[in-house]
Write a protein that binds this ligand. Structure first.
Ligand code: SIN
Length: 313
């Protein structure tokens, strides 16, 4: 395992997302690091900003038919369909081990109705104190709604964010790049109470099995992540930061190196999440952290905030 260099990492790396102070700006992305301490054998989870768990609904959910994943030329496509054990089972079976690892945790929730989101959020009330925020997934492309997501509608985005206030924790809205005006959707999320936005979820895509002459994934289409998503995420972060310079943004999409993280930070992200890269190398979040620290040191940066959004000035 690569450890970040020792030099005053804590002051260099601290980053603030609304009311949440993270010990480092590199988190795992939802859906890529399990729901407990699965990555704990590859690095110290307490060096990461947070472990963001795979999205949960109030009740257990079976997800989509196999195959659920396929490599694509510049990344990966998935149609997992949000399989999960439900919030209560997670709180009982998975969260305690994650808490013992010393990690800060962000729970991700989803639902098929506004009421579902409210119920899932309600169930998180009084969870262990390692739970520092709730990421509200408004942007999964693999539900029965097909390509119509909550985050394609200003009204739905605002209503879901309002409904999840009941969790009593800061809420981050995870948005979709498959929309004409992501800044307007970000504004609706803030109107509904989001203290940050997570940019972005996957791009809708499809792979056709040419022998069977049918879509390859069991769910039909899917969400494209990895390198192909990176410039899309950089643009989304840049545009939303330009529109709302005070809004904390978490950048996600194709982060596999320190330089990828730097790009998102210069565009306006206060933190990043590492996702698809974990499937190729489970040590990827620590590699990104290490490389990011190297870049910041070399650039003479003493505090991360010096470079957040620096591409705009
Ligand atoms: C899935 O489980 O299908 C992916 C989740 C997401 O993209 O939000």
């Amino acid at each position: 395992m690569q450890k970040p260099p020792e030099t005053s990492a804590s002051s260099l790396f601290k980053t603030v997302i609304g009311s949440v102070c993270l010990r480092s700006p590199v988190m795992t992305a939802s859906g890529t690091a399990g729901r407990s301490n699965e990555l704990g054998g590859y690095g110290s989870l307490d060096q990461l900003g947070a472990v963001v768990i795979k999205s949960l609904s109030a009740e257990s959910w079976v997800g989509n038919k196999a195959p659920r994943l396929a490599p694509v030329r510049a990344g990966m496509i998935n149609s997992v369909g949000l399989q999960g054990p439900g919030v209560s089972a997670w709180l009982d079976d998975d969260l305690p081990a994650l808490a013992d690892s010393g990690a800060d945790v962000v729970a991700s929730i989803w639902g098929t109705t506004v009421g579902d989101y409210r119920t899932a959020a309600e169930m998180l009330q009084g969870a262990l104190p390692c739970l520092v925020a709730v990421e509200v997934n408004l942007s999964c492309p693999n539900t029965s709604h097909g390509r119509r997501m909550f985050s394609h509608s200003l009204k739905d985005t605002e209503e879901v964010m309002e409904a999840t206030e009941v969790c009593g924790l800061p809420r981050w809205a995870k948005l979709s790049p498959n929309t004409a005006d992501i800044s307007a959707i970000a504004a609706a999320a803030v109107q509904g109470g989001a203290s940050a936005v997570v940019l972005t979820n996957t791009l809708t895509g499809m792979v056709i099995d040419i022998d069977r002459r049918r879509p390859h994934l069991g769910g039909g289409g899917g969400g494209v992540s990895g390198a192909a998503l990176h410039p899309v995420a950089v643009r989304a972060v840049y545009d939303v930061h330009r529109a709302f310079p005070e809004l904390p943004i978490i950048g996600v999409g194709g982060v596999a190196s320190g330089e990828d993280a730097v790009e998102l930070i210069l565009a306006g992200a206060s933190a990043v999440q590492v996702g698809t890269a974990i499937f190729a190398d489970p040590r990827a979040p620590w590699k990104v952290l290490h490389e990011l620290q190297g870049w910041l040191n070399q650039a003479g940066v003493e505090k991360l905030e010096e470079v957040i959004g620096a591409a705009h000035s």
